[in-house]
Design a protein around this ligand. Structure first.
Ligand code: APR
Length: 233
């Protein structure tokens, strides 16, 4: 019987909901240089360009709907007899809208605004502007609540504890190219934890098992197997 399950997800989990991934041929980084829209320096250099980039991603995330993979992970979290830790690199809220709870967004959440002066967070307007005043301190240093390249991902302490408490590490729809998330599989192996990849194309990391396919197909199938083999709550 499997105990705690640590699930890391990336852009591939939301691809079938219509949200673009980053490094595919039609990926977001084909249209925009990371240095122009996803670094603190970019925000200083051209804050309106950065805001436009994230306003568009916020609109798309709001219009997208959870797919069968998001819903299957929520069902697993509700039904599995041990904790299911959902750690995502994604900034959409499709896991939550699919019924998941306590989702750990290590790269932030595009639906939220962050005050660069006092770190207050609030629900972002669809069209966020740098001049939006912080509801808490009044400063006009509003930014998307996104972890940019060169910044420290959120909740790393909680993530480390969750991994250590798990029996199984599952990587879903991520190319495994951005650290620290790209290092979680290696950490799992060092802890003696079994590792599984569910991906459209295999990343180059050494998993104990790899299942190839679209997330909305292979994630529900995998979840049903897990639930069939473990007593539900
Ligand atoms: N089903 C499953 N996997 C899919 C699907 C799908 N329908 N479509 C694409 N994929 C997989 C690809 O095979 C690839 O492994 O999703 C992954 C997408 O990789 P990336 O575009 O690199 O996205 P991701 O791994 O989430 O990027 C990590 O990089 O740019 C930063 O902060 C950004 O969080 C992002 C991080």
């Amino acid at each position: 019987m499997i105990g705690g399950i640590f699930i890391l997800s990336g852009a591939g989990l939301s691809a079938e909901s219509g949200l673009r991934t980053f490094r595919a041929a039609d990926g977001l980084w084909e249209d925009h240089r990371v240095e122009d829209v996803a670094t603190p320096e970019a925000f200083v250099r051209d804050p309106e360009l950065v805001q436009r980039f994230y306003n568009e991603r916020r609109r798309q995330a709001k219009e997208a709907q959870p797919n069968a993979a998001h819903k299957a992970l929520a069902k697993l979290q509700k039904t599995h007899s041990a904790p299911v830790y959902l750690i995502t690199q994604n900034v959409d809220d499709l896991l939550e809208r699919g019924g998941a709870t306590q989702v750990i967004h290590m790269h932030g959440a595009v639906k939220d605004a962050l005050c660069a002066a006092c770190s207050h967070r609030w629900a972002a307007p669809m069209e966020m502007r740098v001049s939006d005043a912080c509801p808490s301190c009044g400063a006009m240093k509003t930014r998307p609540d996104i972890v940019w390249f060169g910044e420290i991902p959120y909740h790393m302490d909680v993530i480390q504890d969750a991994l250590e408490a798990s029996d199984l590490f599952v990587s879903i729809g991520t190319s495994g190219t951005v650290y620290p998330a790209a290092g979680f599989g290696q950490m799992a192996r060092q802890f003696g934890i079994r590792t599984l990849e569910l991906n459209l194309e295999a990343s180059n990391a050494p998993f104990d098992e790899m299942r190839q396919g679209a997330a909305s197909d292979i994630v529900p199938t995998w979840v049903d197997e897990i639930l069939a083999n473990s007593p539900s709550l």
